[in-house]
Design a protein around this ligand. Sequence first.
Ligand SMILES: [Zn+2]
Length: 286
Amino acid sequence: MNTAAAKKQKFTRIQSIKFEDFLSTYPPGEVQAIGNLGVIRSPSSTPILIKPRLKLYCPNSVCSGVRFFDSYQTKKVTLSEKWSRIFLHYSCANCRTHSKIFAIMARWNTDIDEGEAIKVGEWPPFGPKVSARVISILGENKDLFLMGRRAEIQGLGIGALAYYRKVIENQKDHIIDELMRVVRRTGSPEPYIEKLKSAKMEKRFKEAVELISDALPQALLINGYNPLALLDQAISKGSYAHNDTDALKLATALRRILSELADRVVRALEDQTDLDEAVNFILQHD
Ligand SMILES: [Zn+2]
């Protein structure tokens, strides 16, 4: 085996990733060896950058799901030993209206006969999809939540925890309003509503949570616990987290509980609407 092939085998086995995975799932800022960054048409020619088909979430109302994205740029980009700055334009193959732009730097490492790339940025910005239900409970703090999600994905636990904590504290009143909608719609006892009203008047999140400790319908409890009390506990523990690893676990827990709560609010309201329709149907066709 020649030296380049030996180096490549050693290098690629450990680090090489697919270009499509690099573009769709890796955050900006890290150099990666890419197994299929370019193709060499003949032994004497220079490698040409490939533009792989990607699977990305398309928020367009006609798509609202994961769709194929293609690059419609026809200009060939050659790769050399020197780093080149490259913009890649992608569009949703289904609606053709939603686009994604990546700014990358790429080079061909002749030592291992393989490409390397670093993502400089992307637009819309890097970050996983957040469900519409969660967005609805986040209100105007949606952007703070998305920054928390980005920090979480990059392993920046302390940052993610700080963003999520801010979101929950800022959204206290809105979250309580949502809970109140469920309590009213499901015909819960009047004292529940009074407790939620007092909690809304309370400025501090912790005290507000204590006021409504037992004022939530069963459908909103997570494993039998009041979700707001779980959020409050995670926030309290977070103030003692001294490293990114511990903070990251708490941040992920906070996000999961908040997402589950948003899901349960929407589901409880939908279930009640279905029940109302069923009851009305029976009564009208008596
Ligand atoms: Zn689309």
